[in-house]
Design a protein. Structure first.
Length: 536
């Protein structure tokens, strides 16, 4: 037994290879039995071999050797498949027709060949085979004029991946049957290149099935049923799009790519707007100039970005001090973009200090300024001013917001009684501080107790006891912990909102009031602003 391979299409179409050995290796390197100098063929692409116990009981098989572009038989991708006469074997871009040959010692003339039954195996003489078979190792598809070095470089190069072969356009060449059509010798008109087939008449007309190029682009690429089934099996939900892309011409692919880019841009824009919604300008009430105890002022004052009411050099508030008893007044505010000794605070033209300079936690920090009773006018209007000492003549940016005053009445007690009351507040504050991890309100209550102790001792005239310094330091330590707690809660709400967990974000913002039960801290106001911004 022997077999024949005939190049069916393209360059060197009609070239024959006849083999008697049991195994033939086809690839792009010189150690193959058939060397195909085509970059779409792998170095070791496929093997054709025989199996059988006797010459009369021998079958031929083709096996893919792990090639880049695969091996097909009659348009179907295979790993190993038995061959029959007339099968079309596609090795990447190269197509062979297979035919089995039975060798005899008796010569057979061309007339006898033409009288063979249509489905019989061709019988040829050994001399005829020897005359037509390729001497040594077969080679084909070498570039025109290529030398040994160029061929060696082509053999070593990487295999070029090609698109799916247009199997629906190819039809199996009747390899063995064509040889029986009455032709002998080395030429075979039935195996002529596809370019010659298009001019034939009769049954050969149907072999030229290449579709006419579409207007504006190359001819579309049609996939075989097997290729479509493989894509649907491996690509899942994207199978239809992948098939559409594979069969589209250049113009259609350009339109599809442009449309995909527009859709992708729209999705990215939508995602950005969801993650970073445009900031809406809050509609503010008329500018306020009056400070009322425990009522924050809406809007910010100063100069620069984010300022609601522009006041380049100074902002003055009116505060009416009404009380039958002695009181301590604390001015609360938040500030940023301010350097040391830039913005001075004065009450009735008397300086009571400066706005602290910026820190890393400037947006979370709450500032306090103690207004001594000695500078306040009881039952009269008082002027509280923020004065930027650098404007004019400069144009320095500054911003003050969340402004409010707290009034702390002092009991009519003697010095010793006030000190004992302050000491009681210190002990109560320390107890809450030690249990700050137990209850939500304990940290706030500790800060409040330390603060009341400090304000009580602040009102004392003359020298201050040691409890004054201790209570002030403990109050500041508790304030730092409260600021950190507020930042954690707001960050948790922000993270939940970004992950579209809106109910969790709303619950966290409401939970802020459990840690800050009164409005003498900025955190409840910040939580309310975040809820309004999120719309939850």
């Amino acid at each position: 037994m022997a077999f024949q391979l005939v190049i069916a299409e393209g360059k060197e179409a009609g070239r024959e290879f006849v083999f008697e050995q049991e195994s033939v290796l086809i690839g792009r390197t010189s150690d193959c039995d058939v060397v195909l100098y085509d970059p779409g063929v792998s170095r070791k692409h496929a093997r054709i071999f025989s199996e059988g116990s006797s010459p009369t009981d021998t079958s031929y098989f083709v096996e893919d050797m792990g090639s880049s572009n695969g091996t097909k038989v009659n348009g179907a991708i295979i790993k190993k498949k038995q061959l029959a006469d007339g099968d079309a074997i596609s090795l990447g871009p190269v197509v062979f027709n297979f035919a089995g040959l039975s060798l005899t010692e008796d010569s057979t003339d061309s007339g006898a060949l033409g009288e063979e039954p249509a489905n019989s195996t061709r019988i040829v003489s050994a001399q005829d085979v020897a005359a037509r078979r390729t001497k040594g190792k077969g080679a084909a598809l070498a570039p025109e004029g290529a030398g040994e070095e160029q061929l060696a470089a082509l053999s070593r190069s990487h295999t070029r991946t090609i698109q799916a072969v247009k199997d629906s356009q190819r039809r199996s060449q009747p390899g063995a049957k064509a040889l029986r059509s009455g032709t002998t010798g080395n030429s075979n008109p039935a195996l002529a290149p596809a370019t010659r087939r298009s001019g034939n008449t009769g049954s050969n007309d149907r072999l030229d099935r290449s579709p006419a190029p579409e207007r504006g682009g190359a001819a579309p690429q049609r996939l075989s049923a097997a290729e479509r089934a493989r894509i649907k099996r491996t690509a899942g939900p994207l199978a239809s799009l992948k098939i559409l892309w594979a069969e589209a011409n250049t113009v259609k692919r350009s339109v599809m790519a442009g449309g995909s880019a527009v859709v992708l841009l729209g999705l990215l824009t939508g995602a950005y707007l969801l993650a970073f919604p445009p900031e809406e300008k809050k509609e503010l009430k008329a500018e306020s100039n009056d400070l009322v105890a425990n009522q924050p002022i809406e809007g910010s004052f100063g100069l620069g970005e984010g300022v609601d009411y522009e006041r380049a050099d100074q902002k003055v508030f009116d505060f009416e001090y009404k009380s039958p008893v002695k009181m301590v007044v604390v001015l609360h505010f938040q500030a940023r973009d301010i350097s040391a000794n830039e913005v001075e605070i004065s009450v009735n033209s008397t300086s009571v200090g400066f706005v602290p300079p910026d820190t890393l936690a400037v947006n979370e920090r709450s500032n306090e300024a103690l207004i001594p009773a000695s500078v306040l006018l009881r039952n009269k209007n008082n002027k509280i001013a923020f004065d930027n000492t650098k404007n004019p003549p400069g144009n320095e940016t500054w911003r003050i917001w969340n402004i409010w005053v707290e009034v702390f009445p002092l009991p009519e007690l003697g010095r010793d009684e006030l000190i004992r009351g302050a000491q009681d507040n210190m002990r109560r504050g320390q107890d809450f501080w030690d249990r700050r991890q137990v209850g939500a309100e304990n940290l706030y209550k500790a800060w409040r107790a330390f603060r009341e102790s400090w304000l009580t001792l602040e009102s004392l005239e003359g020298s201050k006891p040691i409890e004054y310094t201790v209570s002030r330091d403990k109050m500041r330590e508790a304030q730092v912990s409260l600021d950190r707690l507020c930042s954690q809660l707001l960050l948790e709400a922000q993270s939940a909102y970004n992950n579209k967990q809106y109910e969790a974000a709303r619950s966290t913002l409401e939970h802020v009031n459990e840690f800050f039960p009164k409005r003498d801290q900025p955190c409840p106001y910040r939580a309310e602003q975040m809820r309004e911004y999120f719309g939850i």
